[in-house]
Every structure is written in structure tokens, then in C-alpha cells.
Design a protein around this ligand. Structure first.
Ligand SMILES: [Zn+2]
Length: 243
């Protein structure tokens, strides 16, 4: 899913859960960084490889897809309880929300349920509608080339934007499901954060956001990418304008 959609999904839900602008910005930056670390030369670094798990890509069987959800919950419990700083915990939270959202963009869960007559695509946790067999569940392969195992090439399966191969209606259904999934998972993740850290999210200072954006602009320049890559309100070009 493109970065502006990730942001549009995430920001209002964070606000509804009491995250102030500083904390929202770090979560969004962590969410975006999940994609940025997967691009170009950064993908082959140790951190790039570690972050690549958070897209629901390159999973070959329905069992691997199910296992990724279990891993995500365990990862949240393990990391959010132990991280030394609120800043790092919020960045991790952004990555985990990215993962929840990308399930609906990078697997054929949405298509399977729509084809079986779903008017609203169920969340993974609710199970598929009647008539859907999980044996048919597939994930996309990235980088975008012929998939080595049972996955589907990324460009054929993704619902990253409305002009994807699946079409705008399927994209809308994926976005809607990702929105409900974010509402479900945000409190599930946050409850793993220590109480003092949870108390900070409403009043985290803005300077954290600005230093994160400046670091991120450095990665984007190194990759030779245009700074508008973030989409949405484009904080890359003016870190303070959107706050
Ligand atoms: Zn992604």
C-alpha cells in the first residue's frame, strides 16, 4: 500500500486513542520506514532484511501466512515491553501497523472473500466468509519478478493504490479492511507497552518528529528518490508545516 494510504489509515486512529502529534509523527515515520528500507540498496542491509518481514510478502503457503500473524503478535509482546525508549517503541509500533495493513494489500484475502460474495471483507481474525477455502490463500512476491515458489508476482496481486490490476473497487475493499484491522490491532499492540511509556504518547515533544524526518530525508537522497515519495501532506519538504 502506498505511503499516503498508510498514513491516512493510521493517523486518525492514533488520535482517537490519545496519541498526540509528536507520537503520531513517530508512528507514521516508522510505518513509512517499513517501505523505505525495502527499496534499493537499503534492502540488502541487515536492517533492511529485518524490516522486510513487515509487508506480508514472499510467503509461500497459507500456513506461512497464518504463521506470520502469530509471529507478529509474539514480536509485539516481546519488543514493545522491552524497548529502552518511547521513540523506538513508537517506531516499532508503526512497523507493526504497516504489517497489519499490508496483509490486505499483499495477499489475495480480499479477492477470495469478494469472490465468495462478501459485501464487507472480514478481518483475518474473523475468518473468511462461507465458501472460502484458505487453501487458495496466496501472497505477493517482491522484488517484482517471477515468484520462485507459490507466490504471485507483486504487480499482479498488490492493492497498493486504486489503479492496481485488481481495480479500484478491490482496492477500496482492501483499504476498508486495513482500516478496521488498524482499529483492532492498535490497542492490542499498545497494551504491551509499559505503563510509563503509554502515559507519554499524549505529550511527546515534536522535536523527535523533526529529527526523524531529517534522518529519513538522508535515506531518500542516498537512494536518489524524489522527496515527495512520502505522499500525503509531504512533510519531507517542510518538516514543520503539517504540525
Ligand atoms: Zn509495505
Amino acid at each position: 500500500m502506498e505511503l499516503n494510504y498508510h498514513e491516512a489509515l493510521t493517523r486518525p486512529i492514533l488520535a482517537a486513542h490519545g496519541f498526540g502529534l509528536g507520537a503520531q509523527a513517530v508512528v507514521i515515520a516508522g510505518n513509512w520506514a517499513t517501505d523505505i528500507w525495502t527499496l534499493g540498496p537499503l534492502a540488502s542491509t541487515a536492517q533492511g532484511r529485518a524490516v522486510s518481514r513487515f509487508h506480508f510478502l514472499n510467503l509461500s503457503t497459507p500456513e506461512e501466512i497464518a504463521a506470520q500473524w502469530i509471529w507478529l503478535e509474539a514480536h509485539a509482546a516481546q519488543t514493545l515491553a522491552q524497548l529502552p525508549s518511547t521513540y523506538i517503541a513508537l517506531r516499532e509500533l508503526g512497523q507493526m501497523l504497516h504489517c497489519v495493513q499490508d496483509f490486505y494489500a499483499h495477499t489475495n484475502w480480499v479477492e477470495l472473500n469478494l469472490a465468495a460474495g462478501a459485501t464487507t471483507v472480514p478481518l483475518w481474525e474473523e475468518g473468511p466468509v462461507a465458501g472460502v477455502s484458505l487453501d487458495g490463500l496466496l501472497s505477493a512476491y517482491y522484488p517484482d519478478r517471477a515468484a520462485p515458489r507459490r507466490e504471485v508476482e507483486h504487480h499482479r496481486l498488490h492493492k497498493d493504490h486504486p489503479w492496481c490490476a485488481a481495480g479500484p473497487k478491490t482496492f477500496d475493499a482492501a483499504l476498508d479492511a486495513a482500516h478496521r484491522a488498524t482499529e483492532l490491532w492498535l490497542p492490542r499492540f499498545v497494551r504491551h507497552m509499559p505503563t510509563p511509556m503509554r502515559a507519554q504518547v499524549s505529550r511527546l515533544p515534536r522535536f523527535m518528529y523533526e529529527s526523524f524526518v531529517l534522518a529519513s530525508v538522508g535515506w531518500i537522497d542516498r537512494l536518489g528518490l524524489p522527496r515527495w515519495i512520502g505522499g500525503g501532506p509531504a512533510p519531507w519538504s517542510n518538516p514543520t508545516s503539517s504540525l
